[in-house]
Design a protein around this ligand. Structure first.
Ligand code: GDP
Ligand code: IMO
Ligand code: MG
Length: 427
């Protein structure tokens, strides 16, 4: 019997946009299957191949490597319209996508009315979350409320239509209460229904497929969306997304057992960013914020919103290491810091009482009152984009990575120094 294949989770360790897409694309070179386990079209994973830039929202970031099977697990909320738009755009760009994408029969369908409700709730909310407006919260609410519809429901069209009508009527009632319109909703519903057969043709038993691949000695990557601080349970609640983003969800969201997972790689940006509402403890002062946003091109891949930027927060990444059980980290965007004369790392949070905490607090509101305790390290002020091994990096850049590794409590396994596939340092 072949030895069980490797099963690696790639998980964001900050507030999303850590560069998971780039890392998954690089690692996909050596795997057979890449599967998404949660989230939906709120994700925006950017991958550069040569001169081409691809922003993937629902299709796994392994799709740009010919031959790799790309699956969407049961933990995903699938926006059918957006999915086929993305699928067809990849086809148009000459990607050999046919026969390579599979969608779990158990995946929830994110229907057009979920998007309407997401926007209406956000518009009227006192405490705004700053969602991506992709319908994510309402779709997971319907899932937990047992009102959702899944890919497998498409097998019985009449029952499917009935269940959808009931869920839609409920949402439309809410929209009316909120004074929100439903223009174009019926057109979007018709367009979604029209794609039912096309979607069924891609349906797969994802858990079975992954388990069989692993048993046959093949290797699998489980691609997370969002990040640890956006996890519904472990993040900065309520300023989070509506799914569990952390590594534990990878087994549940694909239908394999947790003991199949062999590695958990946390993706950490060499600094911190956040898009949407909610506290960002290590936020830069406005001038520096603007400067690093420009250097790093920190604008949302899904919504185009500017991302807030800050120093590397080791209190958060240490917490992420514990919550995800990290076996290693991939540090991305090191090159963005190349010109800075000095760098800071947050190592603790000083409470208004003066007490310093080294652990990420459950009380989200306290995060807007704390003062980070910083350690200052010298910058390297030299380009890192051509480095291909650790020894090529300036000494101060290596010291910065050593400190991140020590404080995060997980070994650095990859360092990314640019958007291209080749711009990666295996450690
Ligand atoms: P994801 O959501 O975690 O996949 O991250 P995004 O794609 O939303 O944001 C990361 C951005 O940084 C993308 O535009 C990537 O092309 C870019 N990126 C990834 N790694 C690097 C890197 O090492 N250096 C630079 N300069 N850009 C990078
Ligand atoms: P990737 O996979 C960064 C944020 C939103 C908002 C909160 C809730 O590209 O890293 P939602 O639409 O999920 O209900 O929004 O979560 N958010 C992200 N931030 N990267 C993402 O995905 C995100 N997906 C959601 O900005 O604050
Ligand atoms: Mg992103």
């Amino acid at each position: 019997m072949p030895e069980q294949g490797a099963c690696t989770v790639v998980v964001g360790c900050q507030w999303g946009d850590e560069g998971k897409g780039k890392i998954v694309d690089v690692l996909a070179e050596n795997v057979d299957i890449v599967a998404r386990y949660q989230g939906g079209a709120n994700a925006g994973h950017t991958v550069h191949v040569g001169d081409g830039q691809f922003v993937l929202h629902q299709i796994p970031s392994g799709i740009l490597h010919s031959g790799r099977r790309c699956l969407l697990g049961n933990g995903v909320v699938l926006d059918v319209l957006q999915f086929f738009e993305e699928y067809d755009a990849l086809l148009d760009r000459g990607i050999d996508i046919k026969g390579r994408v599979g969608v779990s029969y158990r995946a929830q369908l994110l229907m057009p009315y979920h998007r309407y409700l997401d926007k209406a709730v956000e518009d009227s909310a006192v405490t705004k979350i700053g969602t991506t407006g992709r319908g994510i919260g309402p779709a997971y609410e319907d899932k937990a409320g047992r009102r959702g519809v899944r890919v497998a429901d498409l097998l019985a069209p009449e029952r499917f239509a009935k269940r959808v009508d009931a869920a839609k009527a409920r949402v439309c009632g809410r929209l009316e209460e909120l004074g929100a319109g439903t223009e174009e909703l019926d057109r979007a519903m018709d367009a979604t229904f029209a794609l039912g057969d096309r979607l069924l043709a891609l349906a797969a038993d994802v858990g079975k497929e992954i388990s069989a691949a692993l048993a046959g000695g093949r290797s699998v990557l489980l691609e997370g969306a969002q990040g640890t601080a956006l996890d519904l349970d472990h993040g900065t609640y309520p300023f989070v997304t509506s799914s569990n983003t952390t590594a534990g969800a990878a087994a549940i969201g694909t239908g394999i057992g947790p003991t199949s997972i062999t590695d958990v790689i946390g993706v950490v940006k060499a600094y911190t960013t956040r898009v949407g509402e909610g506290p960002l403890p290590s936020a830069f002062e406005p001038e520096m914020d603007e400067h690093v946003r420009k250097l790093g091109g920190e604008f949302g891949a899904t919504t185009g919103r500017p991302r807030r930027c800050g120093w590397f927060d080791a209190v958060l990444t240490r917490y992420a290491s514990q919550v995800n059980g990290l076996t290693g980290i991939a540090v991305t965007k090191l090159d963005v810091l190349d010109t800075l004369p000095e760098l800071k790392i947050a190592t603790g949070y000083r409470m208004p009482s003066g007490k310093v905490r080294e652990f990420f607090p459950a009380d989200t509101w306290s995060l807007s009152e704390i003062e980070p305790v910083y350690e200052t390290l010298p910058g390297w002020q030299a380009p890192t984009t051509e480095a291909r091994k650790l020894d090529d990096l300036p000494r101060n850049a290596r010291s910065y990575l050593d400190r991140i590794e020590e404080l995060t409590n997980a070994p650095v396994r990859w360092v990314s120094v640019g958007t291209q596939r080749s711009q990666i340092i295996p450690v």
